[in-house]
Design a protein around this ligand. Sequence first.
Ligand SMILES: [Zn+2]
Length: 411
Amino acid sequence: MMRINQERLQSEIDELAAFSDAEPPAVTRIVFTATDLKARAWMKTRCEEAGLAVRQDAIGNTFARWTGSEPSAPAVGTGSHIDAIPNAGKYDGVVGVLGGLEAIRALRATGFRPRHSIELLIFTSEEPTRFGIGCLGSRLLSGILTAEAARKLTDKDGATVEEVRRSVGLDGELEQVKILPDYYKAFVELHIEQGPMLEREQVPLGIVERIAAPASLRVTVEGAGGHAGGVLMPDRRDALCAAAELVLALEHAAQTSGAVDTVATVGICDVFPSAVNSIPAKVTLSVDIRDTNVLRRDAVILALEAACRATSAKRRVEVQCQLLNADAPAESAPAVVAALRQACEIHGFVSIPMTSRAYHDSLFISRIAPMSMLFIPCLHGFSHRPDEYASPTDISRGALVLAEALAKLSE
Ligand SMILES: [Zn+2]
């Protein structure tokens, strides 16, 4: 009978949370800071103590392997991230890493011997805090981000990824990070939901069937500035009024896409010169559009671009619409979903199929491996804040189901 050591798992979550640049209960752990390096070293020791062989790649993705009876067969992977945005909580990512480690320990304790190796993976920099791009490690692993493009990324002090990783002792070339498509037989990421669905439905587990993906755009509107009293209305080319039309056109496009999965947000509206008695001359909008269906998501992008052209002509303003990034959504692999469902059934746990509305490293791993995710509830859906909370019972239930699924997939 498989057993998760709930006390050990919880105390390790608490221990890892102590590696933080913020006062508890807040956790701040930015990639490759001294604090993050200490947390990584601590994690490595935990993995080695569990009998796993640990290696790091050139970007610091950490692999801890339990070698199977067929060492050259593709591995079954699990894992998540331990970096945390400023003033975050202690469960995001960590549950998938320490829960994954505990799942492996639980499996070993039963005397189980996997045919395919089982590997815990700790991704580097899932959070975009330092280098402005999320999922740096998994993007490189999957080849979605090239080594060349990664080298150009810098932090706010102007230090490049290349300089920073070398300075923390990561050798080798970024080209070597990409793994072959047959490296993994399957990949499962355990994670807190970061939304309210499971709590609302009072279901302990969610099996992720698809992951929504964002596109981000920058829209720049240039009109003409002037004195708020001196320039009469017929003569104006107000950039903010034009931008307002674009914001509403975007909202309308998302609302009428035909699916609730379509969401669009203008999170930043930067007005120049931003003075009370000055007509806005230039406005920059930061746009985030997400969907589980890439065609539907891209249709919203096209609608926004059409609105930009129409507004530009109507209001005699210059509008530029720049696509900064567009990741494709992912579908989970039926075999991995089935393994998770079966694992729930073994223990009589109720689960529901879910859509992941936040994206995760698994979005990128889906390009190279059959993937799914297992969600556990978190209090009120709170995440990325100090009062983020998942109960020890929910966490160990997730780890138990993960262990069963890893066993099934590694047979
Ligand atoms: Zn996360």
